[in-house]
Design a protein around this ligand. Structure first.
Ligand code: SAH
Ligand code: F3S
Length: 481
């Protein structure tokens, strides 16, 4: 997941300029997955209509919202630490209100108000349209809570306010919730059952982004391969749909095809894919369209069949290899990345070796690797003892990370000498004289600025690399109009 933010270390203050009717200022901070960052743009849009002007300055804020993540314990701790900071702010200015959004809000519900006395409002991921009412409640001096999960809400009718945008890349959410019930994962509890967004509203958003000058979009969902639109409703109720509904159904490859055709010059990415749901037609659709990027984020979590089963990942190591082989056959230049969990309950040294050998087989381009963190309420927490000692988890994680680094370098080296199309996203963090962009495979490319500008597609000759970055020089200008 290219821009996945490690919720334990990063938050981001978001900013936009709206005409304030009520003159109040909203400061919103987001943690966790891309979906949360995308949701904050929906929240900003809903509150802009209420006259809230978004600010980057915490000190100016009348309303402070924190969009939270529950995926690991550390992510929750990060948010609690931020709340201490907001408390200090409230002491200076008692009129400031603090709201908690997202997965922690959903997980802890009104318990949050008891645990964190400074919080005025708790709003779950499906309740953002209720924000105007909830804000009225807190304005009148009452605490406000709405954590009702929905069967239908996709926010398809809310045009997100692009926050902190580079004007080039944007997220477009296509599904909400997850039905997979991986035993370690809190998401099905915090984000509810899986539902898909109307393809027409997705296309409208995509077309609008193109009109505004965006050059790349990422279709977002917990499990995009599971996308299924049949006129609304939960994925699990598809069986009960009418013949008519079934006839108009659109699956993920169908949606990809529609989006790619609608804007043939727009780069298209998607995240996250799930091995058990990714079908060949998705890979074939990727091969059919030049504008769909050659990159698949394909979390596997473990290389051991026994652990995959205990995790309720509904595929085997062998089936995963088969999928990888199909990707390599149909899309030889496709980059693949992973998510891995070290130290799931009962994981033995042999299971861990299976993970390392799976990595050796695939040689991922990059990865996101975590030590197992027990989440209250999940099946793993209820049925399995968190029995891998901390130091063992840590050592296994380090081994996984070290191996990934080797493979990442091997992969970046394969780009040396090639000429690759790069979309410029902004100035390199390390040098004002260089641009930073990405190639189709999602690898970061840095090169001297010359006369190019943000949003240009540029052909770059790759001359050098680290394990994470390609370095090159622009050799040509390909017009992107
Ligand atoms: N389908 C989702 C997955 C969300 S969670 C997506 O869109 O990315 C992201 C990653 O966090 C998972 O793939 C998994 O590797 C990791 N993760 C989830 N629960 C975890 C836990 N309890 N402990 C450690 N890592 C976890
Ligand atoms: Fe979590 Fe598994 Fe869904 S990791 S988000 S339950 S696919």
């Amino acid at each position: 997941m290219e821009k996945k933010i490690d919720e334990s270390i990063q938050g981001s203050a978001l900013n936009t300029t709206n005409n304030a009717k009520n003159g109040r200022k909203l400061y919103i901070e987001s943690y966790g997955c891309q979906m949360n960052f995308s949701d904050s743009e929906i929240v900003a849009s809903i509150l802009a209509k209420e006259g809230f002007n978004t600010t980057k300055e915490l000190n100016e804020a009348d309303l402070v919202l924190v969009n939270t993540c529950s995926i690991r314990e550390k992510a929750e701790q990060t948010v609690r630490n931020r709340l201490v900071h907001f408390n200090a702010l409230k002491k200076q200015n008692p009129n400031v209100k603090v709201g908690v959004l997202g997965c922690m809000a959903e997980r802890l519900k009104s318990k949050f108000l008891e645990e964190e006395k400074i919080v005025d409002m708790v709003v779950g991921p499906d309740a953002y349209k209720d924000l105007p009412n909830l804000i009225q409640e807190i304005d009148e001096g009452r605490n406000a809570v709405n954590v009702i999960l929905s069967k239908e809400e996709t926010y398809g009718d809310v045009a997100p306010v692009r926050l902190n945008s580079n004007g080039v890349t944007a997220f477009v959410s296509i599904t909400r919730g997850c039905d997979n019930m991986c035993t370690f994962c809190v998401v099905p509890f915090t984000r509810g059952r899986e539902r898909s967004r109307d393809p027409q509203s997705i296309l409208e958003e995509v077309n609008e982004l193109w009109k505004k000058g965006f050059k790349e979009i990422t279709l977002l969902g917990q499990n995009v391969d599971s996308y299924l639109w049949y006129g609304g409703g939960l994925k699990k109720d598809f069986e009960k749909a009418t013949d008519m509904q079934k006839a108009i159904a659109v699956n993920f490859s169908g949606l990809l095809d529609m989006v790619a055709k609608a804007q043939p010059k727009l780069r298209i990415r998607f995240s996250t894919s799930n091995p058990q749901d990714m079908t060949l037609d998705v890979i074939e659709t990727m091969a059919k369209h030049k504008n769909i990027c050659n990159y698949i984020h394909l979390p596997v979590q473990s290389g051991s069949n026994r652990i995959l089963k205990a995790m309720n990942r509904l595929h085997t190591r062998e089936e995963y290899f088969e999928l990888i082989a199909n990707i390599r056959r149909i899309l030889p230049d496709c980059a693949i990345s992973q998510d891995m969990i070290a130290g799931f309950p009962t994981e033995t040294e042999e299971d861990h070796q299976d993970t390392l050998s799976l990595m050796e087989y695939v040689k991922y381009d990059f990865g996101f690797m975590f030590a197992y963190s027990e989440r209250p309420g999940t099946m793993a927490a209820r049925k399995l003892e968190d029995d891998v000692p901390k130091d063992v988890k840590k050592r296994r994680l380090q081994e996984i990370i070290a191996l990934q680094q080797e493979h990442s370098l091997l992969r970046t080296q394969q780009h040396l000498g090639k000429i690759e199309e790069v979309l410029i996203e902004g100035t390199s963090k390390k040098s004002d004289a260089h641009w930073m962009g990405r190639n189709s495979q999602n690898t970061v490319v840095v090169f001297p600025k010359a006369h190019y500008k943000v949003g240009d597609f540029v052909n770059v000759k790759i001359n050098d690399c680290t394990s994470a970055t390609l370095l090159g020089e622009a050799i040509d200008y390909s017009d992107n109009n």
